[in-house]
Design a binder for this molecule. Sequence first.
Ligand SMILES: N[C@@H](CCC(=O)N[C@@H](CS)C(=O)NCC(=O)O)C(=O)O
Length: 213
Amino acid sequence: MIKIHGVYGSPFVRKVLVSLDIKQVPYELVPQMPFARDENYQKLNPLGKIPTLVDGDLTLGDSKVICRYLESAYPDTPMYPADLKDRARADWYEDLTTGPVAELAAGIFFQRFMRPFAFKQEPDEALVAKIIDKQLPPLLDYLEDVAPADGFVFGEFSMADMSIASPFYNAGYAGYEVDAGQWPKLAGLINRVREIPQVKAILDKEAKALGLS
Ligand SMILES: N[C@@H](CCC(=O)N[C@@H](CS)C(=O)NCC(=O)O)C(=O)O
């Protein structure tokens, strides 16, 4: 059975688990905290980051690479659009949002959620303000152009929607919501993705894991 090393609450693990659930592929979630500097885990993933997939003799350590492998291995319920250019667009949106957008959202989550609750430290509000006021808005403007007024980016729900929405659930745990007045289509998309049954199920599990419900 496929093993996913990680924990509920990571925006990157979330994408992978949703993809597996939508494709109805059984898996085992092997608990692995991020930032653990665990030597055994670093043998699986030298970056020490979560998630890591282990499928027999295959070990992969990045959510984008894992999701693309799952798409090739289990194509019957697609998570990426079939059209060549749309597929390239989906890859780009996934790279953008799993990279720079997720890093900024993770900054808010880390400062306002992890520091006070996990490390008993004060958040660096100056850093949070810089992210919210300066660094995120140009990316949100771009995503506002990508997001549809209704439905999903490529019609059917796909990894593009999941990748765009995922970092904002973490920022949400830290009290940050995309301003629906300024970025209405993006805010609407994030809410619609939350209602996908497999996404909702994972979000419910992580709310329990994070002590939020
Ligand atoms: N590009 C990676 C990012 C993974 C990532 O940054 N995961 C975080 C947890 S949410 C992590 O493990 N951080 C620990 C670290 O940076 O050492 C992916 O998409 O899987």
